[in-house]
Design a binder for this molecule. Structure first.
Ligand SMILES: [Zn+2]
Ligand SMILES: [Zn+2]
Length: 168
């Protein structure tokens, strides 16, 4: 499960501070439960389902139920603090919530680590292709699956160790 370095991600504490600042600036309340759900996601290396989040909330001793967690997740999504990973029905803390952005998710099929990239060109081309057939885009979910750098390196190392030496 654990694939180590989440890459560009700020420290979880820094991310929580950013979220709090954004909510304050927008006049939104970063309530204790919203903060807790966001903090759990900020620490996670791979996307978590609502029930995994709920488990974590309950472990911390807080009384809660699915509706509370879902409401907190709705709020966090509306504020662009959290992304929903559609293919896994799971959630991920946004690494760059200050920029209002469309992002593309890179999901490692081996360890589950999920990273975000942003290609405005890709989105512009997709929108243009849609527009060409008279379609007006209101939302987009782009999820790419494959192997993260770490799993890929591990796999290549494993393969090269197993390959018999045919040189000479
Ligand atoms: Zn994001
Ligand atoms: Zn991986």
């Amino acid at each position: 499960m654990d694939c180590g370095n989440p890459g560009e991600k700020d420290s979880p504490e820094a991310l929580v501070a950013v979220a709090e600042r954004l909510c304050a600036r927008r006049g939104q309340r970063f309530t204790p439960v919203r903060r807790e759900v966001f903090t759990i996601l900020a620490h996670a290396r791979s996307p978590m389902t609502a029930y995994q989040i709920l488990d974590r909330v309950l472990t911390s001793g807080r009384e809660s139920g699915p509706p509370t967690v879902y409401r907190a997740l709705d709020f966090l999504q509306q504020q662009h603090l959290v992304h929903r990973v559609e293919s896994r029905n799971a959630f991920l803390a946004c690494v760059n919530p200050e920029a209002h952005h469309d992002c593309q998710l890179l999901i490692c099929t081996d360890c589950g680590t999920t990273a975000e990239v942003q290609s405005r060109t890709a989105m512009a081309r997709l929108s243009a292709a849609a527009k060409a057939v008279g379609f007006s885009v209101s939302g987009a979910v782009v999820e790419l699956t494959g192997l993260c750098a770490r799993c890929r390196t591990a796999l290549l190392g494993f393969a090269s160790r197993r390959r018999p030496d045919r040189a000479g």
